[in-house]
Structures are given as structure tokens and as C-alpha cells.
Design a protein around this ligand. Structure first.
Ligand SMILES: *Cc1c(COP(=O)(O)O)cnc(C)c1O
Length: 374
């Protein structure tokens, strides 16, 4: 008797369903000012990471269209073969300048960047210490590297210090990993203190800035990784570091080497987006200002970034709150384990420069009245 694969899949799905963890794809058409159509209904989206609305910007779209006309739709091969079209160099130069870095390399996505960068640097003789809440792809990269992986309490520099004091001496190299803005909590890492720890314990600091929208570089950061898929409104990942480190990535990062280059339109739109970001510093202030308008009106702790979590506990509760918000015309996705730790299922609000004040305040009222979880 053979076990049917389909049966096993059904059983696993049943288990997820019973725990309110089953996920479904919902068709979504995004357009205009942070609006989205789903199931025939128009919703104001507070679930997109397109913080500046650049995916819909006329100049960004135009750059993509031009690139298709000039270079076609696909890159044709890995960048190390024939996929390294001229738009790549322009973007990498622009990104390095924006981040005050010596050099930059673009990957296929943020996920591919993190799963490539870490194993290119670390191996079994090395130690990685990572914040407990870092993104899944940083964990995947750390595991792929084969290095010893330890996780310190979220944003707790004392815990990180203790770990380094006890463990650093047993390993060759050591990498400390954190995020600039935590993707599901919206809080900010103590980068300066972590940079100090890195120096004290002869370690390197890697920061995932996927949700960041500002240029510049924090002192003491050895590896600054980011994504083109969020505030840039495009797709792709990047890493900024010293030139030798970047050259090593080109030679050793498997997720860079063994995959096709990004389509010209994707790179051209990221370039156009970065140009707009650099020309419009005021635009970069708006997502946080909108998030703070919301937290003030809703009586929540002041937003530290454009991401605001509302922790509700059980997955069931978060799903019910999300369904309630959709009924009221707002898309606020429920975030459940394993994306976040058990019993911390939540609504995650992501604020954009394009949100209208009246929508923000109406939504805050629902939250403040406690209707959604009461
Ligand atoms: C979204 C995200 C990534 C992955 O970036 P993609 O370009 O979407 O693959 C990596 N790290 C963090 C912290 C993220 O939030």
C-alpha cells in the first residue's frame, strides 16, 4: 500500500486550518492612492510596503516602459554570463552613493540577497548572533551558512553582550545580525550600541534595512542590506559594503551566481524611484508622519516607523479583526505565526505617503473604540 502524496498534503492542510494558520491567495488589483480592489470591493490598503507610492509613479512607470523598449523583457542569463545589462551598473553606482558606501551589488530579491550574503561570509567555524525577531530570510541565510547560530532577546544589547562574552572566543569569525526597522513590529534596532559591541568583540555587524527609506550609513555597519521591493516600488535586493566584500559576493554568493539577472524594466524603475527619493526629501517624511497621526488618534504608543503593530494574541482574533476592517473598507492584513511568535498574532498597519488624512483618522476611530477586538 502506498501513501498518497495528496492525502498527506490534505492532512497537513487540515492541521493548519484547525489552528487558524491556513493561508490563501487573494486576487488583488492595486491602483492609485493606496487603493486596492479585492472580491469586487475597493479597499484602502494599509498592507502594502510601497511606502512612497512609487510603484504607481508616472516617472517610474515610464522608466520601466522605456527599458523594455530598449532592452526587451528579460535579462537572458545570469549576470555573470550575459545578463549584466548596462542599467545594473547605473543603479549600483547610485545605490552606493546614496548609502555612502564604497560599493554595492544588486541581487534578485531581498530574500535572495540574505540567503546569499551570509553563507558567502560565514561557515562552520564561525558564530552568528541574531536578534530573535529577524526576518525569516536572514534565518535561512544563517542556517545555510552552517555557522553556529544563537539568537539574542529582541533589541536587548545586554543579552547580546552576554552571548558574545561567553561564546565569541570559541569561534573564528563572528557576525551580528539585526534589522534597521523590524518588519512586523515597526521598532528600531540600537545600531550604534550593536556597532560598539561588534568592535569590542572583534565581530562584524550586518543590518537588514528592507523597511528603511533613508540613505546614509550607520557608523560601524559592515554589511548594509536592503530591498528594492518596498519603498522603491520595484523588485530586487541589494548589499552595500567595502569593495572587496562586494567582489567576494560576486564570486561566492550562490543566490547571485546561479540565477538569472533581473529584467531591465525592474532595474530601470528602481533607478527612477531612487532618483525621486533623493530629489524629494519631504516625501520621505510622510509615511512616519502618517503613522504618528494614526497612533495619536488611536491612543496607541507613538509610532517609531511607518509600521504599526496591534498585537491581538490568537490567530483567530487577528483574522476576525482583519475581516472587520475589510468590512469597513480598510485592508489590514492579519499577521500570524510562523511569521510572528506564537500568541502574538496581530494587525500590521503599514503607512504610505499616499494615505489620506480622513482615512487614517476614520481607521483610528475603529481601533480606539476597541470595536475590532471587543
Ligand atoms: C521583505 C523583507 C525582505 C525580503 O525582501 P524581498 O525583496 O521582498 O525579497 C528581507 N528582509 C526583511 C526584513 C523584509 O521585511
Amino acid at each position: 500500500m502506498s501513501i498518497l502524496l495528496e492525502e498527506v498534503a490534505r492532512k497537513k492542510l487540515r492541521h493548519l486550518q484547525e489552528n487558524h494558520k491556513k493561508r490563501e491567495l487573494a486576487g488583488s488589483v492595486r491602483y492609485g492612492n493606496a487603493a486596492l480592489r479585492r472580491d469586487g470591493k475597493t479597499l484602502v490598503s494599509f498592507s502594502c510596503n510601497d511606502y512612497l507610492g512609487l510603484s504607481q509613479h508616472p516617472l517610474v512607470k515610464e522608466a520601466a516602459i522605456k527599458a523594455v523598449e530598449q532592452y526587451g523583457t528579460g535579462a537572458g542569463a545570469s549576470r555573470l554570463v550575459t545578463g549584466n545589462h548596462p542599467l545594473y551598473e547605473a543603479l549600483e553606482t547610485q545605490l552606493a552613493a546614496w548609502k555612502n558606501a564604497e560599493s554595492c551589488l544588486v541581487f534578485g530579491s531581498g530574500y535572495l540577497a540574505n540567503t546569499g550574503i551570509i553563507p558567502a561570509l560565514m561557515d562552520r567555524q564561525d558564530l552568528i548572533i541574531a536578534d530573535k525577531l529577524v526576518h525569516a530570510c536572514l534565518m535561512d541565510g544563517a542556517r545555510l551558512s552552517g555557522a553556529k547560530l544563537l539568537r539574542f532577546k529582541h533589541n536587548d544589547v545586554q543579552d547580546a553582550d552576554r552571548m558574545l562574552r561567553e561564546q565569541r572566543g570559541h569561534y573564528r569569525h563572528c557576525l551580528i545580525i539585526t534589522e534597521e526597522i523590524f518588519s512586523m513590529d515597526g521598532d528600531i534596532a540600537p545600531l550604534e550600541v550593536l556597532g560598539g559591541l561588534a568592535r569590542r568583540y572583534d565581530s562584524w555587524l550586518m543590518v537588514d534595512g528592507a523597511h528603511g527609506i533613508n540613505g546614509g550609513q550607520y557608523e560601524g555597519v559592515d554589511i548594509a542590506m536592503g530591498t528594492l521591493s518596498k519603498a522603491f516600488g520595484s523588485y530586487g535586493g541589494y548589499v552595500c559594503a567595502k569593495k572587496a566584500v562586494i567582489d567576494l559576493m560576486k564570486n561566492q554568493a550562490r543566490s547571485f551566481i546561479f540565477t538569472t539577472g533581473l529584467p531591465p524594466a525592474v532595474i530601470a524603475s528602481a533607478s527612477a524611484a531612487l532618483h525621486i527619493m533623493r530629489e524629494n526629501p519631504d516625501l520621505l517624511e510622510l509615511p512616519l508622519a502618517n503613522a504618528r497621526m494614526f497612533t495619536r488618534a488611536a491612543g496607541l504608543p507613538e509610532a517609531q516607523s511607518p509600521i504599526v503593530p496591534l498585537i491581538l494574541g490568537s490567530a483567530e482574533k487577528a483574522l476576525a479583526a482583519s475581516a472587520y476592517m475589510a468590512e469597513k473598507g480598510f485592508l489590514v492584513t492579519a499577521i500570524r505565526p510562523p511569521t510572528v511568535p506564537e500568541n502574538t498574532a496581530r494587525l500590521r498597519f503599514a503607512f504610505s505617503a499616499l494615505h489620506r488624512q480622513e482615512d487614517i483618522l476614520t481607521m483610528a476611530e475603529y481601533v480606539q473604540n476597541g470595536i475590532i477586538w471587543g
